[in-house]
Design a protein around this ligand. Sequence first.
Ligand code: MG
Length: 341
Amino acid sequence: MWKAMSCRFAYRRYALPLRVPVRTASGRWTVREGLILRVENDAGDTGFGEVAPIPEFHTETVAEAEAALRVLDGRIAEAQIATFPARLRCVRQGLGSALRECRAEAPEAATASLPVAALLPAGRDALAAAASRVEVGFRTFKWKVGVAGNDVEMGLLDDLLALLPGGARLRLDANGAWDRRRAERWLERCAERPIEFIEQPVAADARNAEDLLLGLAGDYPTPLSLDESLADDADVERWLAAGWPGLFTIKPSLLADPESVLARLAAAKARVVFSSALETAVGARSALRLAFAWKGEPRALGFGVWPLFADARFDGPAAVPVLRAEDIAAVDLEAVWNALS
Ligand code: MG
């Protein structure tokens, strides 16, 4: 039965050196590994998807994803996606997105353009980077904290804010590096400063993380956003049920069924920030299409990551201050696929 409705399927594994290592509170990345998926129906229509897992976010590993896809025997049908174990979220997402694209089912854009947040390096390097990003027109900035030492970073905060033009927004991302006391000190410091939000101030697996995050969100004026706490599709549901008052940082590449999760968030009138999972242009195009289709309050995209790869053929649309819907439609996925042959 599957055979009749199935598409030809192939995948290619990649291990792509990053142009510059990415430092976060959870470590240092030098190589991005993942899989690009290609499907083709009998009419010759093609679709591409990407499996770009981040095991620190409790996804499968690349090896687990590849082992699951290797048994497919060159064909895939929509109905098969649900037969993969739920924990293979990136596999489910990549296949779903490739098959939808093959059926020409792109979500409709709700906006013609969206601002992009410039990603600043951790520590003092943020200052020079911010100055040059301001120069080219960025107005939203994201700075990784919890990396360079607390006192150093607190000292840099005002230097950084002083570099930004009026109306600019700064987001901080602690990647869960702070304990309660440290988070409170930062939230006190940020209360009278133009901080758009702080992402994941304390670790998702901290003791009583849910109560701690809800408490911090209730006690201080700076909004908080959940990132690592949203490890899978069900976590979003759990935080909605808990009455989370802050934002939701959504990395569509790491959710099994991002469309359904976003429909749930839209129904709850949640505030959503779309974020890169450091995927190639293939996964980025799927994720950005969902961001452009979001009908809630638009926020700067957490996709200011390119150029990311040493081999620029794998980069998504250049990190410009404003991204247009047509820039995303123009990404050539066949070229990415061919670059891996
Ligand atoms: Mg984050």
